[in-house]
Design a protein around this ligand. Sequence first.
Ligand SMILES: *[C@@H]1O[C@H](CO)[C@@H](O)[C@H](O)[C@H]1NC(C)=O
Ligand SMILES: *[C@@H]1O[C@H](CO)[C@@H](O)[C@H](O)[C@H]1NC(C)=O
Ligand SMILES: *[C@@H]1O[C@H](CO)[C@@H](O)[C@H](O)[C@H]1NC(C)=O
Length: 445
Amino acid sequence: MFLVTKLRKSFLMRVCLTLAVVSLLWLHVGVFIYRGAEIDFEHSNIELAKPTNLTVPELMEKITIENNEQKIWNSNHIPWPPVNETEIWPKGIVITIQVHNRISYLRKLLRSLSQAAWIERALLIFSHNIYSEELNDIIQSIPFAAVMQIHFPYSTQLFPSTFPGDSPSDCPRDINKERAVAVGCSNAQTPDLYGHYREARYSQTKHHWWWKVNFIFGKIRALRHYDGPVIFMEEDHYVAEDFLHVLWLQQILLKGGSKCNFCNQAHILSLGSYPKYFNHREASNMVELLPWSSSKHNMGMAFNRSVWQNFQKCSEMFCSVDDYNWDWSLLHVAQKCLPSLFGEPANEKGKSKFILGALVLKAPRVFHIGECGVHHRKASCASDTSTLRKAETSLRSARKAETLFPTTLRTKNMLGTKAVRLKKGNGGWGDPRDRELCLSLTVID
Ligand SMILES: *[C@@H]1O[C@H](CO)[C@@H](O)[C@H](O)[C@H]1NC(C)=O
Ligand SMILES: *[C@@H]1O[C@H](CO)[C@@H](O)[C@H](O)[C@H]1NC(C)=O
Ligand SMILES: *[C@@H]1O[C@H](CO)[C@@H](O)[C@H](O)[C@H]1NC(C)=O
């Protein structure tokens, strides 16, 4: 009897241990294989939009028509550009939101946008990765701002089994090159920096970003004469009610002059960042001039057409650097291409003087409420409720103290004090087909 129990016990122990090891391994793998904005949602209870039932050719036709038509919803009662004069955003403001399929987050974002001051002067441009009638219904019924939808025309939904989607003849991600060459898969010769082969669901995010910015500045007729900033957001962001007010103050600082004599070195306005602690009661009027950092200032960033034209001159580098992240690719551009563009030779230490400056808020007005992993780097990783709760707590206390909607911003120049180190690329972009597609998306006007 004793023996049996002992045996059973050790058997149970073994089972438990195995389970523990397996789950640890699973977690480990889960952390490491995670790349890009595609997440395994099977175990989370967030609501996802159902994709359309249209066939690929039907969808292709629809998307071509809609991207060409550029319909503005609400234009009857909320004309865009706005017709009446206001002190803030007299010519309107443009907000783009890249949308995948996470309806729960999108609803929260929309609710927060609906409560923001000046939102009725915004054109919201939703850039879709997936065509879904369910998403269309939500977006087309937004009552508080002018709305446009555009559709990424090279999504995996449109190319389910050919490039830029994954094709059966492509090499699996983890096969080694020798074996890849032996089995003769199509892209055997071009693994990435780390020896991996492309995965469409990761590469499509960078393509989408590049396509979207090109389309917005180059192809959208309603924006032809717009020279203000364009704000870039994603479906799992969340805004404070004074984000457009604060952006306006930042925008004024850009001109430099007596309000801030160093601020004309900024090229990017950043509304978000991922600080561990923030306090809107204390810091709602503080802004710092910092070197733009891909991992810190990629959320709620804004820049205008003239800044974009400089980025665009570096499209060759953006599209060829072996990194599937648009933000890291842009950092590469900022450090390796823009300096030469601005004709500033590197100094004796090989360091260039040009720095892509960003005006960054001490107390963020755009928050990332998406699940861990959406921005795939630990520093920016926070669970849904914790960031949202932290943000709401901080905002509530600032509301009570009436420190939101500051009348002026206090500035601090940190441009020379902090350096952003350029790391080796993150890979995922070794395939020449990705480089070519990316380059072909560049719209020079
Ligand atoms: C797609 O088809 C399924 C099954 O026929 C149906 O249940 C679903 O409602 C359809 N979805 C849309 C968006 O039409
Ligand atoms: C002008 O726009 C502002 C802000 O959107 C609004 O509050 C105001 O009622 C508008 N005025 C007129 C005359 O339409
Ligand atoms: C666009 O941004 C740049 C850099 O921040 C700034 O110098 C320029 O004045 C802005 N252009 C307009 C039209 O506001």
